[in-house]
Write a protein that binds this ligand. Structure first.
Ligand SMILES: NC(=O)c1ccc[n+]([C@@H]2O[C@H](COP(=O)([O-])OP(=O)(O)OC[C@H]3O[C@@H](n4cnc5c(N)ncnc54)[C@H](O)[C@@H]3O)[C@@H](O)[C@H]2O)c1
Ligand SMILES: [Zn+2]
Length: 331
């Protein structure tokens, strides 16, 4: 895997003037940066998760055929995680796979979804159930794109960034020091973004096919995903991750150092200022139980325990619900 190139100016115009290049973006990015696409063959897909479908992959592939693309074509995805996942999957499928370059334009895509070569789409309302591992040849993280990013999407990326902070002691120390600056998009945000990108690369590099180490990236997501669904996707994904990290730490509070636990609560509270949604422990448990990552009837929680360490907790649904019930009132 080549390391992502991190730059603070939009330097991708040259990339798009290549001879056999095909760009994919969504309507929001296209409207904000129309000049990027002037001289390049391209498909503009509708924005949003509901368009992360096989139908959109089909649209990209048929557009590429009509534009005369071939096995030597390089697909360049420019957009958030939806564009990256969908166009990446189109690149994995077109003529049994062509090269692709990912240019993430949201904070989440820069620090998380854009790194690691997981591509795919939702089918029948089930998330990411069709997909392929298809590593981009290059990832270009161009932080200039973040200037136009709405607040909700910024906080979304911050949720995954504090997750990385809980998984790595150096990022943790920097994040605790600079959390307010990160939230308000100050200067230190850019150093933290770089640390987060490098961290995700290191985990993926060590465990491309998700057999071991990469599982730690699910921290905060057992409760986070369940609450995201039950709450009807009102907040951004990253805010639910922050709520999930805080809840999962509270569920196992007795195993954590007190000062560390307080710092985790503080960090999560800065990213998600909303109250924990009024959902019952029983509903969260039932939803978490259905998660495809669980095996043998147990629910898995990846628990950061400080110093970059993570413990895999496997608990029965009854114990999960009991632990959640015990702490729900302090979340
Ligand atoms: N492949 C992976 O490993 C992986 C990991 C995590 C998440 N994901 C996936 O990522 C997706 C979420 O990605 P996302 O949060 O980037 O969402 P997104 O792609 O929907 O982008 C969010 C919104 O921001 C807009 N946008 C993009 N760039 C912008 C910019 N520079 N300025 C202004 N607006 C901009 C988009 O048009 C969209 O409306 C989900 O589908 C999720 O499943 C994938
Ligand atoms: Zn996530």
């Amino acid at each position: 895997m080549n390391a992502a190139q991190i730059t603070d100016s939009i330097t991708i115009a040259g990339l798009l003037s290549g001879r056999n290049v095909y760009a994919v973006t969504d309507y929001n990015v296209y409207e904000l940066y129309p000049s990027l696409f002037g001289g390049t063959r391209h498909t503009v897909i509708a924005a949003g998760e509901k368009h992360k479908t096989l139908e959109t992959v089909g649209q990209i592939i048929s557009d590429m055929v009509e534009a005369g693309c071939d096995r030597q074509t390089t697909l360049v995805a420019i957009g958030g995680g939806v564009v990256g996942d969908t166009a990446g999957y189109a690149a994995a499928s077109f003529m049994r796979g062509v090269r692709w370059i990912n240019v993430p334009t949201t904070l989440l895509a820069m620090v998380d979804s854009g790194i690691g070569g997981k591509t795919g789409v939702d089918v029948g309302g089930y998330k990411n159930v069709a997909g392929a591992f298809h590593m981009p040849e290059q990832v270009i993280v161009c932080t200039d794109f973040l200037r136009t990013l709405p607040e909700r999407e910024w906080l979304c990326g911050c949720g995954e960034m504090i997750k990385h902070a809980l998984l790595d002691k150096d990022i943790f120390a920097e994040t605790v020091k600079n959390i307010d600056d990160l939230i308000s998009r100050g200067k230190s945000a850019y150093r933290l973004i770089e640390m987060s990108v490098r961290y995700k690369e290191s985990v993926v590099g060590a465990d491309f096919k998700e057999s071991g180490l990469r599982k730690r990236l699910n921290a905060g997501h057992t409760v986070g995903h369940a609450v995201e669904r039950l709450d009807g996707f009102r907040l951004s994904h990253g805010e639910y991750v922050a709520l999930g990290l805080r809840a999962e730490a509270a569920m196992f509070e007795e195993e954590l150092d007190g000062a560390y636990y307080a710092e985790v609560r503080e960090l999560c509270g800065k990213v998600c200022r909303h109250r924990f949604p009024p959902v019952k422990a029983e509903e969260i448990t039932a939803t978490a139980r259905a998660d495809k990552k669980n095996t043998g009837g147990e629910i898995v929680v990846m628990l950061p325990t400080g110093g970059g360490n993570v413990e895999e907790k496997r608990v029965t649904p009854d114990e999960f619900e009991r632990r959640l019930n015990r702490c729900l009132s302090v979340l």
